[in-house]
Write a protein that binds this ligand. Structure first.
Ligand SMILES: NC(=O)c1ccc[n+]([C@@H]2O[C@H](COP(=O)([O-])OP(=O)(O)OC[C@H]3O[C@@H](n4cnc5c(N)ncnc54)[C@H](OP(=O)(O)O)[C@@H]3O)[C@@H](O)[C@H]2O)c1
Length: 314
């Protein structure tokens, strides 16, 4: 039996439950391909899954191999697969995880061709964060040209794509970022950056000043209410983190979204990357052995941007 390295959890707990271990290399089933993983990317929700916080919402069988995002090369094609062939470079969001490994079997229904203009490993940053951004900006936020959009948490992995897509939609973008992310967020197109560590947002903006608020960070109830007041009457709030209360008196709607898989949107993102409209910025890359450290850094609030994990780098 051919073996491979993977990062798995056998129990919920702190980052030390992540085990780097040998497991049998899988074979693709009907409608699947085997992908040699160039990279997966870290998403903070995986730390929540590992800690057991998503148990009711997203139950998984243990042991569970981490890694929702995959970028890699098809090395084997299962029965009934016509869309991909050996050697194809693909990316996708794997709903069952598994990409924190040297190889992963992936249903072709969730895969698209990787962007050609960037390194394959970097493209692992795109599926979860890019789809989340797309759905926040276009589906739920309905961001359109000329709108004033406030992006709270633009320095994170999702924020980079949200900023770029809101600009692509023609919005005027106000973004919150700390000193470590301000430059990157400006490069991604933000018109105005507010340092959330230095100035209370309310003081920097004033109530009723934005058409749409896209919130990408966990908030306390008072902070959520203060943010909601920044939205003009009739405006719209979308949160991917803490739900924010609407303000029915002012006609301000609020929606808490959960990202879904969508290959048409992922294909559109790949096209924007290859057109040079969307850049994929990688803040750090680590070997798979370092995954527990990445979880710890994220949980300590010490990460920014997208982080990729390389299973074949030892
Ligand atoms: N609902 C869904 O389906 C869904 C999907 C994807 C992600 N999420 C959630 O959305 C959140 C963002 O995801 P992510 O991948 O972008 O996370 P991330 O990369 O870990 O975000 C880290 C960034 O958050 C910023 N930040 C932290 N506290 C902040 C505050 N009070 N104000 C403004 N910015 C702050 C920091 O910015 P600076 O560097 O500027 O300090 C940091 O760079 C996470 O909670 C994640 O679990 C939800």
């Amino acid at each position: 039996m051919t073996m491979m390295k993977s990062a798995r959890i056998h129990a919920y707990g702190d980052a030390s439950v992540i085990r780097y271990e040998n497991v049998p290399r899988p074979r693709p089933a009907h409608g699947e391909v085997l992908v040699r993983v160039a990279a997966t990317s870290f998403n903070p929700s995986e730390a929540a899954l590992r800690a057991g916080l998503l148990r009711t919402f997203l139950p998984v069988d243990l042991p569970h191999t981490l890694g929702w995002d995959v970028a890699g090369t098809v090395t084997e094609v299962g029965p009934g697969v016509e869309r991909f062939t050996v050697g194809d470079r693909v990316i996708g969001r794997l709903d069952g995880g598994g990409a924190a490994a040297e190889y992963v079997r992936a249903p072709v229904a969730v895969l698209v061709g990787a962007p050609e203009s960037i390194p394959l490993a970097n493209a692992a940053a795109l599926p979860v964060a890019g789809l989340t951004a797309w759905q926040a900006v276009f589906e739920h936020g309905r961001v359109a040209a000329g709108q004033r959009v406030l992006i709270n948490g633009a320095g994170g992995g999702v924020g980079g794509f949200v900023t770029q897509l809101a600009k692509y939609a023609g919005a005027q973008v106000i973004a919150t970022a700390g000193a470590r992310s301000a430059e990157a967020v400006r490069r991604q197109g933000a018109d105005h950056v507010v340092d959330y560590t230095a100035v209370p947002l309310g003081a920097a903006l004033g109530d009723g000043q934005v058409d749409t608020l896209l919130n990408l960070v966990p908030l306390s109830p008072p902070d959520a209410a203060a943010l909601a007041r920044l939205v003009r009457p009739g405006g719209r709030i979308v949160s991917i983190a803490t739900p924010i209360e609407p303000r029915p008196d002012a006609g301000v709607t609020a929606l808490h979204m959960v990202t879904r898989n969508d290959v048409a949107q992922l294909t559109a993102l790949v096209e924007l990357v290859d057109a040079g409209t969307v850049t994929v910025d990688i803040s750090q890359s680590h070997p798979l052995t370092a995954l527990p450290d990445v979880h710890r850094l994220s949980e300590a609030g010490r990460t920014r941007g997208k982080i990729i994990i390389l299973p074949h780098q030892h």
